[in-house]
Design a protein around this ligand. Structure first.
Ligand SMILES: Nc1nc2c(ncn2[C@@H]2O[C@H](COP(=O)(O)OP(=O)(O)OP(=O)(O)O)[C@@H](O)[C@H]2O)c(=O)[nH]1
Ligand SMILES: [Mg+2]
Length: 237
C-alpha cells in the first residue's frame, strides 16, 4: 500500500453522481458531469493523497443494460475493475427508489472491501435501504459527507497510524518518489560523465537530484548554496 497506493473504484447506476464525487474529492473538474445517464463511458483515473498515501481514484461508466455498443464496453470495464480494485465505493441516489440494479450491485460488491455512499441527500429522500447497511450520506452540492467518506477510508486502512509510528524507513509515496527522482537524476549525471558531456550540462541533473533531496529533508536549498558549492569548479566559466 505504501509503495503502490490504494485503488478505489466508484461504481453505481448511471446518473447517481459518481463523476461528481470524483470531482469533489479531487477538487477539480476532471470528469464530465451531465444529467444524461451514460455520460461516463470509459474508465477515468485520478490521483489524490490521504495521509501521504497515494489514492488512485477510478470513476467508471454507470452500470446498466444497454444497447449502445460503446457504453456496453464501458459497463464491462466497470465490472472488471470491481475485481481489480482494493476498495469499492458503491454510490446510490437517495432521491430515487432502490432498483434491482442497485440490489445486484450491493450483492456484487460484498466480496470486496466496500463503502456505500448515499448521494444527493440535498434532495428529498425517496430511497428505502435495508437496515444492516453501513452507509455514509452526503451530496456533491453542499459537499456534505465527503470529509466523512475520506475519514472512513483513513480508518479502514489505518492511514492515520502510519505517520505516528517511528518509521526509520521511507514512509510514504511522496518520499519514495523524491528519492527515486533524485536517483534517476544521479544516474543521468553518471551516464553524461561517461559520454563526456560538458560539465556545466551535468549541473542540470545534479541540481535536480540535490533539490529533490533538499525537499525530502525539509530544507530547500537556495541558489546561493549551490553557487557556493559549484564555485570551486568554475562551472560555465
Ligand atoms: N442534487 C444533486 N445532484 C447531483 C449530486 N451529485 C450529482 N448530481 C447531478 O446528477 C447528475 C449526474 O451526475 P454524474 O456525476 O454525471 O453521475 P454519474 O454517476 O457519473 O453518471 P454516469 O457517468 O452516467 O454513470 C448531474 O446532473 C449532477 O449535477 C448531488 O449530490 N445532488
Ligand atoms: Mg459519470
Amino acid at each position: 500500500m505504501i509503495k503502490s497506493g490504494i485503488d478505489i473504484e466508484l461504481v453505481g447506476r448511471p446518473n447517481v453522481g459518481k463523476s461528481s464525487i470524483l470531482n469533489a474529492l479531487l477538487n477539480e473538474d476532471k470528469a464530465i458531469v451531465t444529467d444524461i445517464s451514460g455520460t461516463t463511458r470509459d474508465i477515468i483515473e485520478a490521483k489524490m493523497t490521504l495521509n501521504g498515501i497515494e489514492i488512485n481514484l477510478i470513476d467508471t461508466a454507470g452500470i446498466r443494460e444497454t444497447e449502445d455498443i460503446v457504453e456496453r464496453i464501458g459497463v464491462e470495464k466497470s465490472k472488471q475493475v470491481i475485481e481489480e480494485s482494493d476498495l469499492i465505493i458503491l454510490v446510490l441516489n437517495s432521491n430515487e427508489e432502490l432498483t434491482n440494479n442497485d440490489l445486484e450491485l450491493l450483492e456484487q460488491i460484498k466480496k470486496k472491501p466496500n463503502l456505500i455512499f448515499l448521494n444527493k441527500t440535498d434532495l428529498k429522500q425517496k430511497i428505502k435501504l435495508p437496515d444492516n447497511l453501513n452507509i455514509i450520506k452526503g451530496n456533491t452540492k453542499t459537499l456534505n459527507g465527503l470529509e466523512e467518506l475520506k475519514q472512513k477510508i483513513i480508518e479502514m486502512y489505518k492511514l492515520d497510524k502510519i505517520e505516528e509510528k517511528d518509521l526509520t524507513y521511507l514512509s510514504n509515496v511522496r518520499q519514495i518518489t523524491l528519492v527515486t527522482e533524485s536517483l534517476d537524476s544521479i544516474k543521468q549525471v553518471l551516464e553524461d560523465i561517461e559520454n563526456n558531456i560538458p560539465v556545466d550540462m551535468l549541473e542540470i541533473h545534479l541540481r535536480n537530484a540535490f533539490d529533490k533531496l533538499g525537499i525530502l529533508i525539509g530544507e530547500t536549498y537556495e541558489d546561493e548554496l549551490i553557487d557556493k558549492l559549484f564555485k570551486n569548479f568554475c562551472l560555465g566559466k
